[in-house]
Design a protein. Structure first.
Length: 294
C-alpha cells in the first residue's frame, strides 16, 4: 500500500467527506476521490459507503483506519522527536482543558508561555469532554478528574475549590441563606449533562446539608454559563474560585462552610515523557500555579 494514499485515506476518514479532506490536504475533491478509488481498487474492496450525508467507513475501512491512526501517531511522535533534537523546545503542542479553565485562566496566562517559547506552535483545545491523548487528538491535558488509562502519565498539580455565589440582585429579592439547610428554600443553578462534567460531584450543592435531593431551577452544561446565570440573578450557583476572581455583580455566600474541592491533573502519554515541549509546559504550569490562589 502506498503511504501517500494511506495518508489521504486517513484524512478522508477523519473528515468524513472528500470536500473537507481536500481542503485539509490542499487538493481538489476530484483528486481526493480518485486517490481513494485507486486505493480501493488495489485492495479489491470498498473502504467507504457513500451517502448524501457524507462518507461512512465499511468494516474493511474501519480496520484500515485503526492501522492508519497508529501510523499517523507514530510518525507524529517521530517527527516531534527529530524537531526536538535541538537545545530549545520546538514543534506543535496541542493542549486541552475544560471550557471554563481554558477560556479564563489559560487565556490570561498562555501568552507568557508563547513569548518564552516562540518555536513551540501552541494549539489550545477547549471543551468539557475529554480529548483522546492516546490517539493524538491532543498532546497534553489539564483535567480535573483522574484518568482510568494506565498508559497515561498524570501528576496532581493543584487543588481547586468551589464555593457558592449569588448576585446582589438575587439576595435582595430572596434573602441571604444563613445555613446549608436554608438552601432548600432557594433557587439553585447546576451543571447539566453530567456525562460531560469536567469534575466529579460537580452538583454537590443538591445534596449539601439536606435530607431531600434538591431540584435546580436551571441546568447549564458549561461552568462559564453557570457564572453568567448567577450574575444575572437567576439563582445561587457553585463556582470555582478562580473563575469568579475579578468578576463583578457576584458575591460569596455561606463563606464559613467548606464548599467543594477537587484536584487538577497534568496528563500526557508515555510516548511523550521525554518531550522537551511537554517538560517546558509542565514547568510553566507549575510555576504559574504557585502564584495563583485556587
Amino acid at each position: 500500500m502506498d503511504w501517500d494514499k494511506l495518508r489521504i485515506f486517513h484524512t478522508v476518514a477523519t473528515a468524513g467527506s472528500f470536500t473537507h479532506a481536500g481542503k485539509t490536504l490542499g487538493l481538489s475533491q476530484s483528486a481526493v476521490s480518485r486517490q481513494i478509488r485507486t486505493l480501493e481498487e488495489s485492495l479489491q474492496t470498498s473502504l467507504f459507503n457513500r451517502h448524501a450525508r457524507g462518507l461512512i467507513l465499511t468494516d474493511e475501512g474501519e480496520t484500515l483506519f485503526e492501522t492508519t491512526k497508529d501510523l499517523v501517531s507514530k510518525i507524529h511522535v517521530t517527527e516531534q522527536q527529530i524537531l526536538e533534537g535541538t537545545e530549545s523546545p520546538r514543534g506543535k503542542l496541542k493542549i486541552t482543558t475544560t471550557t471554563s479553565f481554558g477560556s479564563t485562566w489559560m487565556m490570561h496566562n498562555i501568552k507568557k508561555f508563547i513569548d518564552k517559547y516562540p518555536e513551540i506552535d501552541v494549539q489550545l483545545l477547549i471543551g468539557d469532554g475529554d480529548y483522546d491523548l492516546l490517539t493524538r487528538q491532543a498532546d497534553v491535558a489539564i483535567r480535573f478528574h483522574p484518568s482510568d488509562h494506565l498508559d497515561l502519565i498524570q501528576r496532581q498539580i493543584a487543588t481547586f475549590h468551589y464555593h457558592l455565589y449569588a448576585s446582589p440582585t438575587y439576595l435582595n429579592d430572596y434573602g441571604r441563606p444563613k445555613s446549608g439547610e436554608d438552601l432548600d428554600n432557594h433557587k439553585l443553578i447546576t451543571y447539566g449533562d453530567l456525562s460531560t462534567s469536567p469534575i466529579l460531584n460537580i452538583n454537590w450543592v443538591l445534596d449539601y446539608c439536606t435530607k431531600v435531593k434538591r431540584k435546580p431551577v436551571l441546568e447549564v452544561n458549561n461552568i462559564y454559563g453557570v457564572l453568567q446565570a448567577v450574575k444575572s440573578g437567576i439563582g445561587i450557583g457553585s463556582l470555582p474560585d478562580y473563575l469568579v476572581q475579578g468578576s463583578t455583580n457576584i458575591v460569596p455566600i455561606l463563606e464559613d462552610h467548606q464548599g467543594h474541592e477537587f484536584p487538577a491533573y497534568f496528563v500526557y502519554t508515555q510516548e511523550l515523557k521525554n518531550s522537551k515541549r511537554i517538560a517546558a509546559f509542565k514547568d510553566f504550569i507549575l510555576h504559574e500555579f504557585k502564584k495563583t490562589v485556587f
